[in-house]
Design a protein around this ligand. Structure first.
Ligand code: AMP
Ligand code: ZN
Length: 473
């Protein structure tokens, strides 16, 4: 199979380090808010890669972190802590916020048929390993202490800009806030491995360390969690394109400094989902969630189809109209497959031939759109029986994961476009509405009532309607 590698900027033949086995690492969500459908595009396309590798015959070990500490609002090691920002917004502790949004993330993944990675590791569970790695980096001369913090010295690595292919001074990707220069740094691109001092709000979660009480930087989390489970040699590292710099660039620098050789061979990056205002981002405060799509009559798997219809390396523009088309196409597809007769012989050689066509299509740099074309062509094929068509659809669905044979068929409804934006200042209300819904489902009526009463005390009234709970201020 072929895969585009951000590191070489070329499509390459994929060859794992160990024959038949793939070690794959995915940057997990920062759990201070709901995932938006842009984040979910990245996870859907990474899931397509994961599923395809298994379908192709590889044994896959997939590891994902949960960023519950250390991710700042600016990726340039400046700015407010995202988790603390979420906790303040919702008047909860950081761990409460992390638990709530982690569960919300996996609930979304389940609806989208995104496999849970084999290992999911929250950063707060690996502090000892971060400290041990940082100690070793200091010992090897790659890190230094200044102003109470530990920094990675990027001048010590040979090719710091290999992943971006640019001089990092020119790069503004991922920098979301105003960047003020940190005077402790020896080089502009140096980054914090361990904070004991921050000019911003103090972290709620802190741990003892050889450098004082503090907390880890974001980048070290992914390197250590990957190495803990996948060892010194990683085959594929995934993320959205905004992760290329500085996050993945810094991961490579510190991991290779630590292990003393090349660390990861293939870098898989998913392009962004944009809306008419540009890139969808959590920190901008205005974004679409999967629950919001559902409230507009969109089946989550129609959103999966919407993503699979485009190549992961092309930016995808969201509009209610194109999503409505995907919903209609999804329902039509389900109807077509449900209407296939179940009796009759399955022609195994035809199943194998379509399997090969599908592998050729998707195996060419995870071209899921071409994979869907194979499915549509197969459904039109007059030379094969309905039973064979069903068997092929079931087989291809191991990668497409669209519930082709069991999906809930509904009459397509055009999603309603009004009220699409949840303002940042109201997201905490939406979070509490979700929590109340979960409490009611778990028959914890005391908690559900307490949420309603707390909101009422703040002047917010909840109205339960057949379409879900609405609120007025
Ligand atoms: P975060 O929760 O902010 O750490 O992001 C989770 C994942 O979503 C990361 O891999 C990001 O690169 C990715 N991501 C962020 N914004 C977008 C977007 N608009 N479209 C696609 N992926 C995104
Ligand atoms: Zn990461």
């Amino acid at each position: 199979m072929k895969l585009y590698n951000t590191l070489s900027r070329q499509i390459e033949e994929f060859v794992p380090n160990e024959q038949g086995k793939v070690k794959m690492y995915t940057c997990g969500p920062t759990v201070y808010h709901f995932a938006h459908i842009g984040n979910l595009r990245t996870y859907i396309m990474e899931d397509a890669l994961d599923r395809f590798l298994r379908y192709y015959g590889y044994e896959v070990l997939r590891v994902m972190n949960i960023t519950d500490v250390g991710h700042l609002t600016s990726d340039a090691d400046t700015g407010e802590d995202k988790m603390l920002k979420g906790a303040k917004r919702e008047q909860k502790t950081v761990m409460e916020i992390a638990e709530f949004y982690k569960n919300a993330f996996f609930a979304d993944c389940k609806k989208l048929n995104i496999r849970t990675p084999d290992v999911v590791e929250p950063a707060t569970g690996c502090i000892d390993s971060f400290i041990a790695t940082i100690e070793s980096l200091i010992e090897k001369g790659y890190a230094y202490i200044a102003g109470g913090n530990v920094y990675f010295d990027t001048s010590k690595v040979k090719d710091y800009n290999a992943l971006t292919g640019h001089n990092s001074d020119d790069l503004k990707i991922g920098v979301r806030d105003d960047v003020s220069e940190d005077e402790n740094k020896r080089n502009k691109s140096d980054f914090v491995l361990w904070f004991t001092k921050s000019k911003f709000d103090s972290q709620e979660l802190k741990w003892d360390s050889p450098w004082g009480v503090g907390y880890p930087g974001w980048h070290i989390e992914c390197s250590c969690i990957s190495m803990k489970h996948c060892g010194e040699y990683l085959d594929i590292h995934c993320g959205g394109v905004d992760n290329i710099f500085p996050h993945h660039t810094n991961e490579i620098a510190q991991s290779e400094a630590y292990v003393g050789h090349k660390w990861c061979n293939y870098w898989f990056h998913v392009q962004h989902l944009n809306d008419e205002r540009g890139k969808m981002s959590k920190s901008s405060g205005e974004f679409l969630t999967l629950s919001l799509l559902e409230s507009k009559n969109v089946n989550p798997l129609a959103y999966r189809l919407f993503c699979l219809q485009s190549h992961y390396r092309k930016p995808l523009v969201f509009s209610w109209e194109t999503l409505g088309n995907a919903e209609a196409a999804y329902q039509k597809l389900l109807k077509r497959i449900t209407n296939l007769k179940t009796e009759g012989e399955v022609d195994e050689s035809a199943v194998a031939a379509y399997r090969q066509k599908f592998i050729d299509a998707v195996g060419n740099d995870i071209n899921t759109a071409q994979g869907l074309t194979v499915l549509y062509d197969m459904l039109k094929d007059k030379a094969i029986s309905d039973a064979t068509k069903r068997a092929v659809a079931a087989d291809l669905d191991k990668v497409l994961a669209l519930d082709l044979l069991s999906g809930k068929k509904e009459e397509p409804k055009a999603p309603a476009a009004e009220e699409i934006v949840i303002p940042e200042e109201d997201m905490w209300i939406v979070a509490l509405i979700e929590e109340r819904k979960a409490a009611k489902k778990a028959k914890d009526f005391a908690r559900a009532d307490a949420i309603r009463n707390d909101l009422a005390a703040k002047g917010i009234t909840l109205i339960d309607t057949p379409q879900g709970t609405k609120y007025t201020k």
